[in-house]
Design a binder for this molecule. Sequence first.
Ligand SMILES: C[S@@+](CC[C@H](N)C(=O)[O-])C[C@H]1O[C@@H](n2cnc3c(N)ncnc32)[C@H](O)[C@@H]1O
Length: 180
Amino acid sequence: MAESCPMNGGDGTYSYAKNSTGQREAARVVEDALRDAVMENLDLSKLLCGSTTFAVADLGCSVGPNTFYAMETIIKAVQQKSCSTNLEFQVFFNDRIGNDFNTLFASLPQERNYFAAAAAGSFYGRLFPSSSIHIAYSSVAMHWLSKLPEGVAVKGSPAWNGGRIHYTGASDAVVNVGYP
Ligand SMILES: C[S@@+](CC[C@H](N)C(=O)[O-])C[C@H]1O[C@@H](n2cnc3c(N)ncnc32)[C@H](O)[C@@H]1O
């Protein structure tokens, strides 16, 4: 699929922004678990080492309200944990270069309490300097493959998946074929 298959951009009838309530629900369902994980596991003094900037990345953010909702959930949880008013937040919105970053940035919430930046490129490669992100979040994106796994579309191959695009109930050969 290389870089050629982004979600529908813009905010029209068929845009991802207007057709992703299911994915929004996925973000909503994990909200409590996310907040609990931050409250229980985040060691801010160790992570920040005196810095007052907290960096969050959304890997595979697409366009639309879902990413803003998720980033706000994380920021709220970190604020609750830190009890400090000094903390500033930097959010990196990551997606492939074909993503409609223009619409994403044009629709940023006006009242947001974070600095926003794009990190364009594949999350299978290196996107950030080491130790520069405190929380990396990703929802409904990691199952996207950069290319077809070998053999799944080749009739006669042990990994032939019978023309299906999912591997629920598939043979071990299909399941173990390895992700690119
Ligand atoms: C179904 S959308 C999910 C968007 C958003 N996270 C949400 O929950 O609504 C999947 C997104 O992941 C992005 N994506 C897939 N593979 C990626 C990769 N290797 N690097 C960066 N983004 C990727 C796609 O471009 C797409 O925008």
